[in-house]
Design a protein around this ligand. Sequence first.
Ligand code: CP
Length: 292
Amino acid sequence: MPKNLLTLDQLSLDEVNDLLSKAQYYRDGGFVPNLQGKIACNLFFESSTRTQYSFQVAEERLGMRVISFDPEVSSLNKQETFYDTVKAFDSFGVDALVIRHKQNEYYKELEGKIDAAILNGGDGTGNHPTQSLLDLLTIKQEFGRFEGLKVAIIGDVTHSRVAHTNYDIMRKLGMEVVVSGPDFYMDKGYVTENFEKAITTSDVVMLLRIQFERDATLGDMTKEQYHERYGLNAHNVSKLKDNAIIMHPAPVNRGYEISDEVMECDKSRIFKQMQNGVYVRMAALARSLDID
Ligand code: CP
């Protein structure tokens, strides 16, 4: 039976750790199952570089055939609904549907109606399960554990499905998680910390992009003021703990949350996160198609 991956809440911590172990096994050159004959369809109704194309690389490494969907030239232009579009691909008999959509919990209207496995590539400001898995894998590779680590998530938290997914799963895994940034980007109920304390006391400093496409603003700050107050640059990166790492889900707004010289500095794991994304997505696809 195909298994959906819609949120990390649906998984036990053992299942999360199993996915991370499988991703690391693939990364280390372990046996990769051959899913020749299986078809994946990547239905991205919202823009993506990393998630869409690293899913495609993962699918191809598993031997799957891949259909990439372009909403601009689809029958969405003839007022076909989201549901009918997904149902059409399911009717073609594809095995896995990777879906991204701007609507939070878009998957609720699909549950129980679709035979293919659905893997959530991001829903609005809600969930981004495979991004969190690749973030966790990157942290595990660095520190060998989760328990007792401190993570600061800094920036536009309120619009970030990455922040929302990570805040919950990281706390469940025994990490201390704080958020930091302008008040108008903070979510109610989250533990907040001032920027200086957050960057100087955390093992993982995770920056977030300001999501201008979701109508985020800088308030009364200029770009330069935002960067000085809440961004990492060559000056303040020296204040991080010796073994601290810098992460960012990307895409990055260079000059806002991060400067050019920090993007690929020794502490940055930003491109390593992208490498890990392929292995995590291979593991997620193998789980969803019940192949080990
Ligand atoms: N991190 C992430 O989801 O990037 P994309 O929007 O490019 O997929």
